[in-house]
Design a protein around this ligand. Sequence first.
Ligand code: NAI
Length: 276
Amino acid sequence: MPINKLETKNKTTNEKKVVLITGAAQGIGFATVKKFLKEGWAVAATDIKKKELDERVKALTAEGYDITGYVLDVTKYNQDKKVVDQIVKKYGRIDALFNNAGIVGHRPTILNFDPKLIHQAEEVNLWAGLYLAQLVGRVFVEKKIKGSIVNVSSLAASFVDWSPFGYGISKAAVDGFTRAAAFHLGKYGIRVNSVAPGYTKTEMAIKYDYSNPKLRKAAESKTLLNRWIEPSEIANAVYFLSSDEASAITGAKLPVDAGYTTTKESNLKSIYDEDN
Ligand code: NAI
C-alpha cells in the first residue's frame, strides 16, 4: 500500500533522525518502516530475508524515501557489528533502535521439548536484541545522542495460553531486558521501552493462529474490542515510544492488544458471561 508523502520527506540526510529496524521485511517490522518514513526519518531496514527486503527497499526508494536495506541475521553477532558500523558510516548517527525480529521457534510441551532446540526463540527474540542494544547503546553514548530503544514483548510474556512456552519464556525475558537496559542507560538520557502486541495480523500470526478458525475466534473473543490488531497499530505505538512525545517514558511496557491482557488479568469474561 503506498504511504502518504509528507514535506518532511525532503529533509536532507543530516537533518533526519535515523532508526535501525530489525525484521523489517514484513509484518510489524515493515509497518514500522513505513511509519518512520512517513514521519520523515531515515530508515536502516534489516532482515535475514534478502529477496523480500530488497524488493521493499527498492519500491520505497523509488517513491523518494530515505531507506537503506541491510541483510542481517541478528543472531550472527559479527554481522550485527558490521551493519551498525555501516549505518553510522552512512548516516553519521543512529537515534532509535527497534528490536523487532522474532520467531516462534520450537513448539513442544514441557514433557517433550528438545533441549537442543528450546533456545531457538531466545536466540533471536532475546539475546540478539540485547547485543544490538549494546552496540547501538554505545553509539548513543559515544555521540551523546539521547536515543531510544524499543523491544517487542508479547501477551506470551504475561501468561500461558496456546503460544509455545519457549517463545513465552523468551518474551518474559525481554521484559527483564527492557527494565535492565532502561536502568543502565537512563543516566545518559537514553530511553528503553517495549510494546506488547496482542494477536496481530502478520505473516507469523497468520501461519500459526489466524489460519486456524478456532484460534482466530478465541483470540478475538478475549479482547475488549473483539478483534485482531493491524500491524500499523503496533507501528504507531513504536513510533510514539521512539519519538520526543514519549520523552519521560522509560522502562515501560505498552500493551497494544485491544484489551486482551485486561480481560486476562481481571478474568471478567470467563467468570461472568455478560456483554459489559
Ligand atoms: P513475522 O514473522 O511476520 O516477521 C518477523 C520478521 O523477522 C521477518 O521478516 C523475518 O524474516 C525476521 N527475522 C526472523 N528471524 C530473523 C533473524 N535471525 N535475523 C533477522 N531477521 C529475522 O512476525 P511479526 O508478527 O511481524 O513479529 C514481529 C515481532 O512481534 C516479533 O518479535 C514477534 O515475536 C512479536 N509479536 C508478534 C505478535 C503477532 O501476533 N504477530 C504478537 C506478539 C508479539
